[in-house]
Ligand binder design. Structure first.
Ligand code: ATP
Length: 230
């Protein structure tokens, strides 16, 4: 099966600022990849290129062999770093909206995640706390049968026990034909989720590897390796 994501020598500039600087990254199917790096490393920029919110870049970037665009939007499920729910909708209406927007949306899966996360379908988005809205967003994003899930800082607002519950739901629902790319600063809290990690700094990949191998090779948890490298 072809790689879910391939980036070769990807460079993205905002005016004179270089956000990605010849970045190389390959993600095969079946991986849950932590995209780790300090503020300004280029994580959000990379994600925006993958989901084709930004188009002007140099190098080659493909999702399932295709350049980002309308066709890849059908197979990439994206959780942006800002809120995207409509405040006036109920959770149920938000589910219906996603159902209409994406052919691969699995309504029943959304309902069961909403229930598992203790949310009420009739509640209006604007009445929910930040952490609750994050739970709804994650349920919607993961209810798609996408090939690639791109999550920009998904777990920042939820409490630790909900975080563990969400990690459980992600793992239970993980389809090995797909891959998940997650940017986060909460390395310690979500390390158990990752099969792989990618360290980025100054728009470049510093180190990429399987979590088990990196832990064994360097004899330390991923968070300590991050602190040593960056
Ligand atoms: N619209 C923009 N215009 C100009 N510069 C930008 C723009 N967006 C990002 N940058 C710059 O590009 C670099 C990479 O930013 P990016 O948001 O991708 O980093 P990040 O790794 O996601 O950071 P954080 O962890 O803080 O979210 C930074 O130096 C940032 O200032």
């Amino acid at each position: 099966m072809e790689n879910v994501l391939e980036c070769s020598n990807v460079t993205k500039r905002y005016g004179r600022k270089t956000a990605l600087d010849g970045l190389n990254l390959t993600i095969p199917a079946g991986r849950i990849v932590g995209l780790l790096g300090p503020n300004g490393a280029g994580k959000t920029t990379l994600m925006k290129l993958i989901v084709s919110l930004l188009r002007d870049y140099k190098g080659t970037l493909t999702v399932s062999g295709m350049r980002p665009g309308l066709d890849t939007k059908k197979i990439v499920s994206y959780l942006p770093d800002r809120e995207f729910l409509y405040p006036w909708m109920t959770i149920e209406e938000s589910i219906a909206f996603f159902d209409h927007s994406f052919a691969d949306f699995q309504r029943e899966k959304a309902y069961s995640m909403i229930e598992a996360l203790g949310l009420n379908l009739q509640d209006k988005v604007k009445s929910l706390s930040k952490g609750m809205r994050e739970r709804v967003s994650l349920s919607l994003v993961f209810a798609r049968k996408a090939r690639l899930f791109v999550l920009d800082e998904p777990l920042a607002a939820v409490d630790p026990s909900t975080r563990d519950k969400i990690i459980g739901i992600i793992l239970d629902n993980f389809d090995p034909d797909s891959s998940i790319l997650i940017s986060t600063h909460l390395i310690h809290d979500v390390e158990s989720l990752f099969t792989d990690v990618v360290f980025v700094n100054d728009g470049k990949v510093l180190l990429q590897g399987r979590v088990e191998e990196l832990r064994r090779e360097h004899g330390m948890p991923i968070e300590d390796l991050f602190k040593r490298l960056i």
